[in-house]
Design a protein around this ligand. Structure first.
Ligand code: XUL
Ligand code: CO
Length: 440
């Protein structure tokens, strides 16, 4: 196999004092934290699309990075070169998972879906051959139901039965390939499932059809022995003005309404959370408290930009608060997929490694610090104490076990005439505890 990243060694853990740009400073895969190895807490994944396909093309100019890997883009030779490069890349970083859209793996034939499907069979055989004897496998797969112009009015939400059938065909094939590649999950990100204007949109009709497509996908996947989770990846806008899977709370409500909540969990993307006006931590909390903490698309947005910038995670506060939620939520059923891309001027193969080293070290630091926050106990103890009147009074216990009545509570209020001071929220103190742990 030809080496694509010849000048780059295997990336090893060297510790925080290392100045080696090609070494981990914090990600120490074998280190045990709260009873589990770091690599088990952090099943990292490479996003096929950003890492192996994206060249930095934007609305203002052509790509700046060469992702040809020695082959002509748009050919099966190129598709295979991407597999070779991707496997070398993952091996050098010690990454065990990857995520894909169908059309990241192979070029789509413009006139015949049967040709595309045969290419997917061929490339998945090739991936299996190239990853044989390694621990590398699929984290999740998905169908790209937003790029092709046929999806301009939506996929599950389209007005056209033909287009809906194409969406179904792509989902079916992507599920087959996900199963073949050992995937833990299957993702629905509703790229065009939304609207530009309600003047031309039957929202109820569209949402019913999306739910039906998901139901058919679950039935098909289960009939083929797929035991993994289906995921919705919420995002409020972009490309559509409004997307139906706006945020975790909206997506969970949708899943419950249509009886899909037993088979689906959330795939939370940090940048999508902030676009929805939430923190990454908030979206993880909402998922966890509903038993739907599934997987993470690890990236970050830019405070000054209102779109999905998909930057590699660098913000240690956010990563720590995210890992705090993940640890308290009992971990992910999926993993941490770097749905992140190099900035356009970071256009060399070395930059691809710097980006993953940054992202993996950021989450490793987040994990270390979140575990310290939990073990420290000051924050948890404060929260426990804050709600203690519900556990150390008879009335509080009755409210919690749903046996209190409105009359009884009103009588209590009249009896005491004026409530006791509920107590300080101590936000600044708790933030200083976090700083103390982060920088000690
Ligand atoms: C788009 C996005 C997608 C999904 C998979 O914002 O995040 O790449 O992760 O379709
Ligand atoms: Co994503």
């Amino acid at each position: 196999m030809s080496e694509f990243f010849k000048n780059i060694p295997e990336i090893k853990f060297e510790g925080k004092d290392s100045k080696n740009p090609f070494a981990f400073k914090y990600y120490d895969p074998e280190k045990v934290i709260m009873g589990k190895k770091m690599k088990e807490h952090l099943p990292f994944a490479m996003a096929w699309w950003h890492n192996l396909c994206a060249t930095g093309v934007d609305m203002f100019g052509a790509g700046s990075a060469d992702k040809s890997f020695g082959a002509q883009p748009g050919t099966m030779e190129h598709a295979k070169a991407k597999v070779d490069a991707g496997v070398e890349f993952m091996k050098k970083l010690g990454i065990e998972y990857y995520c894909f859209h169908d059309v990241d793996l192979v070029p789509e034939d413009p006139t015949d879906i049967n040709v595309t499907n045969a290419r997917l069979d061929e490339i998945s055989d090739y991936i299996l051959e190239k990853t044989k004897g390694t621990n590398i496998k699929c984290l999740w797969g998905t169908a790209n139901m937003f790029g092709n112009p046929r999806f301009m009015n939506g996929a599950g939400s389209t007005n056209s039965v033909d287009v809906y059938s194409f969406a179904a065909a792509q989902v079916k094939k992507a599920i087959d390939i996900t199963i073949k590649l050992g995937g833990r999950g299957y993702v629905f990100w509703g790229g065009r499932e939304g609207y530009e204007t309600l003047l031309n949109t039957d929202m109820k009709f569209e949402q019913e059809n999306i739910a039906q497509l998901m139901r058919m996908a679950v039935n098909y996947g289960r009939s083929k022995g797929f035991m993994g989770d289906f995921y919705i990846e919420p995002k409020p806008k972009e490309p559509m003005k409004h997307q139906y899977d706006f945020d975790a709370a909206t997506a969970i409500g949708f899943l419950k309404q249509y009886g899909l909540d037993k088979d689906f969990k959330m795939n939370i993307e940090a940048n999508h959370a902030t676009l929805a006006g939430h923190t990454f931590q908030h979206e993880l909390r909402v998922s966890a408290m509903n038993g739907m903490l599934g997987s993470v698309d690890a990236n970050q947005g830019d405070m000054l930009l209102g779109w999905d910038t998909d930057e590699f995670p660098f913000n240690v506060y956010d990563a720590t608060l995210a890992m705090y939620e993940v640890l308290k939520g009992g971990g992910l059923t999926g993993g941490f997929n770097f749905d992140s891309k190099n900035r356009r001027p970071s256009n060399t193969p070395e930059d691809m490694f710097h980006a993953f080293i940054l992202g993996m070290d950021t989450f490793a630091l987040g994990l270390i610090k979140a575990a310290e926050m939990i073990e420290d106990g000051r924050i948890d103890n404060f929260v426990k104490e804050k709600y203690s009147s519900f556990s150390n009074t008879e009335l509080g216990k009755k409210i919690r076990n749903n046996t209190a009545t409105l009359e009884e509570l009103a009588a209590h209020a009249c009896d005491i005439k004026k409530p006791n001071d509920p107590g300080s929220g101590r936000q600044e103190y708790l933030e200083s505890v976090m700083n103390n742990i982060l920088f000690s």
